[in-house]
Design a protein around this ligand. Structure first.
Ligand code: NAD
Length: 352
């Protein structure tokens, strides 16, 4: 046994053997963000892949020196039960596929890390949590920013009232989604548009900066700029959330322009992250009065490596994922997302 030094707060003994991980879906996120993190991980080893593309699978098998038995596709995925080198799966598939593959992995006795949003509706999120509980496996959601120092800093200031109570938060995350025809614009696969994909970061930030759950939401879909491209999902949405101790939140999520900022006004300071939600580098300022502005001076680290190391340290020592990246946390977001859609569709204030 050796002592892990990833987290100063936790000093947990971990097994020398790395956890075996199978990536499910080999698109952008798995390839560009998770695989590089695994290359530098002291807790995880890529031991399997699940892909619908035989060519891609062959390429990955060679590059990562993977055993033939650990190369699966979406149809024969349940054979994973016979893959002892795979301890956990990381699901990087279109949103509506998360539930099915989580439940199948849990039944095969594998721990699950699933990308955000954990599902496309509350019922699926609940089924995923129950399947993992029943199988005695861990379920984590890939909330990379919960492992990030900038976000931990502003969450600490907000929740501890370091600069007084937080009165107001404005969160905007909008990306250039790209070409029509992709799954993010297909309601069945995505479960929704900009809110599902990037708005979830704004919801998360409001929750962890206040440390509270919203009481009610109002919402408005943005104007449809391209009726063909946005025939099924919203291209933009604005919403407002009221929190129990009076914090008021305005937020916007979009698919047509790149905007990425989080502004927090507390009684005695204003603090802001920009870039806030992207892969970084993140940066921020703290303004304690008119003339005193200082940068939030923190190191930029690889988001996914930080996430994987903290999760790996916990899981390899028999501990569950932290509450802030748990299935319950994902379910809380699903409830708010459903309420925001209902508010936008009805024009009413929806109470949670
Ligand atoms: P992507 O389109 O690049 O990759 C999706 C993968 O799923 C591809 O390998 C594709 O072949 C496969 N797939 C299987 N069945 C499919 C189907 N029916 N239609 C389309 N693709 C299918 O997407 P991505 O950007 O990697 O996103 C995957 C997941 O990761 C999503 O849930 C997304 O929200 C999440 N994500 C998270 C972050 C983050 O920062 N945490 C960033 C990007 C994506």
């Amino acid at each position: 046994m050796r002592q892990a030094k990833v987290s100063k707060e936790r000093d947990i003994a971990v097994s020398k053997k790395k956890l075996g991980l199978a990536l499910v879906g080999l698109g952008h996120y798995a390839t560009d963000r998770i695989a590089p993190a695994l290359q530098n991980s002291q807790f995880w080893k890529l031991t399997g892949i699940v892909s619908g593309s035989p060519d891609k699978a062959a390429q990955w098998q060679k590059e990562w020196n993977l055993a033939q038995d650990n190369i699966l596709n979406y149809e024969n995925f349940d054979r994973i039960v016979d893959c002892p080198d795979i301890d956990a799966v990381y699901i990087c598939l279109p949103n509506s596929m998360h539930a099915d593959f989580t439940i199948r992995a849990a039944k095969a006795g594998k721990h699950v890390i699933v990308e955000k949003p954990m599902a496309t509706n509350i019922a699926d999120a609940e089924r995923m949590i129950e399947a993992c509980r029943a199988a005695g496996v861990h379920l984590a959601v890939g909330y990379r920013l919960r492992f990030n120092r900038f976000h931990r800093q502003i969450a600490e200031w907000g929740r501890n009232k370091t600069y007084g109570k937080v009165d107001y938060i404005n969160a905007i995350f909008s990306i250039n989604v790209g070409e029509p025809g992709q799954w993010r614009l297909n309601q069945t696969l995505s479960g929704g548009g900009a809110l599902m994909d990037v708005g979830i970061y704004c919801i998360q930030a409001a929750r962890y900066v206040t440390g509270e759950e919203p009481v009610s939401v109002k919402a408005q879909f943005g104007p449809v700029v391209d009726t063909e491209k946005y025939a099924e999902v919203e291209g933009s949405i604005s919403w407002q959330m009221k929190f129990p101790r009076g914090t008021y939140v305005t937020a916007y999520a979009g698919f047509e322009h790149y905007i990425d900022e989080l502004c927090i006004r507390a009684e005695k300071a204003f603090y802001k992250l920009e870039s806030a939600f992207s892969y970084g580098p993140l940066s921020g300022i703290l303004r304690t009065d008119e003339d005193h502005i200082q940068p939030i001076d923190l190191p930029n680290e690889h988001h996914q490596l930080m996430q994987m190391e903290e999760l790996g340290q916990l899981i390899s020592s028999g501990h569950p994922p932290p509450d802030y990246a748990s299935g319950q946390e994902g379910l809380s977001d699903m409830k708010i997302i459903e309420a925001i859609y209902k508010a936008a569709e009805t024009g009413e204030e929806i109470y949670l």
